[in-house]
Write a protein that binds this ligand. Structure first.
Ligand code: HEC
Length: 281
């Protein structure tokens, strides 16, 4: 049965060369973004671009209404509070995260991931937090430890609520990293032979089995999410989950592959407002 649905899905996709074909030779990050926006606004003329921040919920009024009700009194409030305490607790040397990050850590999350020319690689917000810890004599956190980095970033990202995503891809090295992330996004993998794009470009707004799939535009502006209300899931953990769902083996969190994927992926949401953290089922 499962196989049948997947076969049907793949057959349905065969006619739609557009998105996988988006990986054209002279595309720029800005033209990639514009092309995808055009693809979606043409396909779904009734969905407003700003509603893409809600992911799959933008395509299902009932689920969106449920989400709105939950978000009035988010069940994960206590977790954000824990993150706030971590953020405000000074390091052993008396300094703080706010003293170490640009603009006191406010309204900066939309600039990340950022290409760091000196390091010659993409740095995520988690990397910058760890750099700040190490510079102040503290140990780096494990980037996928939810009780430390997870909670801290869940709070820290709220300081950037409303900021428009503004990921810059400038210069040859940054472009190479972006292209690498794009390749990961558009390459088919796993036993089921799906690319991220198979589900989140061609089938954004469609159902796969019982699941409505979110479009790639707007994907990166609302992390971490709290699934079921209390299970903190980071963006890279979600990548890993999606790879597992097509029976592919995912690279680890904070690997060059996933950081480059996050870089490409985030640039596609440029111009959309950030909002951390949100409920997901
Ligand atoms: C077989 C289809 C499939 C593939 C392939 C797939 N995903 Fe997903 N993905 C889903 C489903 C289903 C969900 C949950 C519903 C939703 O929000 O789209 C999801 C959720 C997500 C979300 C969370 C959206 C939100 O707003 O909460 C992100 C981000 C995401 N996927 C990224 C990726 C990336 C990057 C890849 C490639 C590494 C990928 N996915 C591959 C099906 C897929």
């Amino acid at each position: 049965m499962k196989q049948k649905i997947i076969t049907k899905l793949l057959t349905g996709m065969a006619g739609l060369g557009i998105a996988l074909g988006a990986a054209t030779a002279h595309a720029t990050p800005e033209s990639d973004r514009q092309e995808l926006i055009k693809y979606y606004t043409t396909k779904y003329p009734n969905v407003k671009l700003e509603d893409y921040v809600y992911g799959a919920l933008a395509f299902d009024a009932d689920s969106k209404a449920q989400y709105d009700a939950i978000m009035e009194f988010p069940p994960f409030e206590a977790d954000i509070e824990k993150g706030r305490k971590m953020w405000e607790t000074p390091f052993k040397n008396g300094k703080t995260y706010a003293g170490c990050l640009p603009s006191g850590g406010k309204q900066i999350a939309g600039n990340y991931p950022m290409f760091d020319e000196a390091k010659g690689k993409v740095v995520t917000l988690s990397n910058v937090i760890n750099d700040c810890r190490v510079a102040n004599g503290e140990e780096a956190y494990n980037v996928d430890d939810k009780k430390t980095m997870g909670l801290l970033t869940a709070y820290m990202r709220t300081l950037s609520n409303g900021m428009l995503s503004n990921v810059k891809v400038e210069g040859p090295k940054a472009t190479t990293a972006y292209e690498d992330g794009k390749k990961t996004f558009y390459s088919r993998k796993g036993q089921l032979n799906f690319a991220c794009a198979s589900c989140h470009v061609q089938n954004g707004g469609n159902r796969l089995r019982s699941e409505l799939m979110s479009p790639v535009i707007g994907h990166t502006v609302h992390w971490p999410v709290f699934r079921g209300g209390d299970n903190l899931v980071t963006l890279q953990e979600r990548y890993q989950g999606c790879m597992k769902s097509v029976r592919a083996v995912s690279p680890p969190a904070d690997s060059e592959t996933l950081n480059n994927l996050e870089y490409f992926h985030s640039a596609l949401s440029n111009g959309l407002p950030l909002k951390a953290s949100v409920f997901r089922k």
